[in-house]
Design a protein around this ligand. Structure first.
Ligand code: FBP
Length: 312
């Protein structure tokens, strides 16, 4: 890979996409999002943490950073000329853009997942799901690409277009250069990320978590979906869950722009992502605000979770 004289790790995102023969307009969408992340980083590092005063579909108060990050992404996707529909956690409906190309894409995103963690200086991220065509309500298995940007001590970008999972780091010039190709999840256990209130776990989930603790697995949970998933992906082991809860059968996390993109990435890395009984990527969405329980990570741990839940 790469021209003679350049090491693999000098390959930037645009070149990687081109050398992996990613469709030209899809390359443009991914690179526009990478560009937008530079402005999101700036707003996180310097932005106003005040409350925007509006609320999103779920009634959650919108932090100024949520709104700002949403605007940054929307503007770049609209001006790209290759995006026809957008769904954002921060908007209550599908937004249509003018796409005059014969190949257009639709994008679902969470512009700043875990935004409430910024004011306690914990890591947050942008999560992106991309489909070819105008229909954004497709099952996750149809995604053309999925990616996330993690704003932590380092800024990293992880993407897949269905040909493996690849990690990039942001350098001093704010360019994304290749860190690791074909990231895989292939080891059992080690860590677990139990989201949601433990006292509301159903009997099957509670028994599953107890079995992990009895095997000495370590609890790792930051409250940020992107850093928590990234830890499992980069360590190549473990499981994250935000399960069905007593009184909250669909859990909390949103299908279109949180679960589908992460499930696509984790499956591409050799892991699994389940509702507790079926693959996340096989869910046919009914609306842009669908939620689902999720068990995601190494295949063996997800299969074990499903077996405990089947006995509930
Ligand atoms: P927001 O989209 O409101 O930030 O919620 C998503 C999220 O913050 C995820 O990043 C995280 O995995 C989960 O909620 C944490 O939920 P809880 O605080 O209930 O454990």
């Amino acid at each position: 890979m790469g021209a003679p004289g350049t090491t693999k790790f000098q390959i930037d995102l645009r070149r990687h996409l081109r050398e992996r023969k990613v469709e030209r307009r899809l390359r443009e969408v991914i690179c526009e999002i990478a560009e937008a992340s530079k402005y999101i980083i700036n707003s996180i590092r310097t932005g106003d943490l005040g409350v925007a005063g509006t609320s999103n579909l779920y009634g959650e108060e919108q932090l100024a950073l949520d709104v700002l990050s949403d605007r940054i992404l929307q503007k770049r996707l609209k001006n790209s000329g290759v995006v026809s529909n957008v769904v954002s956690e921060e908007n209550n409906e599908i937004i249509n853009f003018e796409c005059t190309n014969k190949v257009c894409y639709s994008v679902a995103y969470d512009p700043l997942d875990g935004s409430s963690l910024v004011d306690v200086n914990l890591a947050v991220g942008t999560i992106i799901s991309i489909y070819e065509g105008d229909n954004i309500l497709q099952c996750g298995r149809n995604q053309a690409a999925a990616m996330y940007i993690l704003y932590g001590p380092r800024t990293t970008l992880v993407y897949s277009t269905g040909d493996g999972v690849h990690e990039f780091g942001m350098n001093q010039l704010m360019e994304y250069t290749l860190v690791k190709e074909n990231v895989t999840i292939d080891k059992v256990g080690g860590i677990y990320s139990p989201g949601g209130q433990r006292n509301l776990y159903t009997s099957g989930t509670e028994a599953f978590v107890r079995s992990l603790e009895e095997k000495g697995h370590k609890l790792r949970y930051s409250g940020g979906f992107v850093p928590d998933i990234n830890q499992i992906l980069m360590k190549g082991r473990g499981i994250f869950m935000y399960p069905h809860l007593q009184g909250r059968p669909d859990g909390k996390l949103r299908l279109l722009y949180e679960l589908n993109p992460m499930a696509f990435l984790i499956e591409q890395a050799g892991g699994a992502a389940s509702t507790g009984s079926k693959p996340i990527l096989d869910i046919d969405p009914e609306g842009i605000d669908d939620c689902s329980p999720v068990f995601i990570g190494c295949r063996e741990d997800v299969a074990l979770a499903e077996s405990f839940i089947a006995q509930e």
